[in-house]
Write a protein that binds this ligand. Sequence first.
Ligand SMILES: [Zn+2]
Length: 224
Amino acid sequence: MKVTEQIFYFPGINFDCNVFLIKDDSSGELTLIDCGTGFFFDRQIQRISQDGLDPQNISRVILTHVHFDHSGGLINFVREYSPEVNVFHLEADSIEKGGNGLLLAREFGLEFTPTKVHKRLKEGEIIKAGSFNLEVLNTPGHTKGSICLYDRNSKVLFSGDTVFTYGSFGRVDFPTGDSRQMIQSLIELSKLDVQYLLCGHLDIATKNANEQIKLSVKNARLWV
Ligand SMILES: [Zn+2]
């Protein structure tokens, strides 16, 4: 479903993360943010087509972090559409080498298929996707290499599992997770001007998003 004219939201099925697509109005190219587990790939493609988008135009994939519920489906998109794969530099090796470690693939009952990473993202880097200038923000806590993507102009924040769903935050008990860093990352996010809070799971927020992030900070302080 449409969040804005250029951003499409595909709510996660079962354990899958939410998946987002950004459309470049001039070239028609699509940037995919996170992939889900891959268990529901056919349904994902069906939904994308139903929204009037051509999945053949998926030219880039960005992962917010490498947990299997975000990365498991990457191989399907790579095989079908050969997109450029973008992963934060701290987690890129997990995608290229596989294994369990950070990926948590076995927890989801599958082996991860290693895939080439074309671009190792750095903190502060800007990714141009259509009319958006997505700033890469490293927000450690859920994992050390977790990122959020922020566009200042349109006040859009793709939060991955740092803000798991609005008002909440991601688990900190997985490998490289850290509760203090989580609180600090959420505090940093709460300083941003956000209208569209596009979370890694469950519901997203399209208004009062700043309040929701402040609530995440409050909840993280209480619970971790
Ligand atoms: Zn995660």
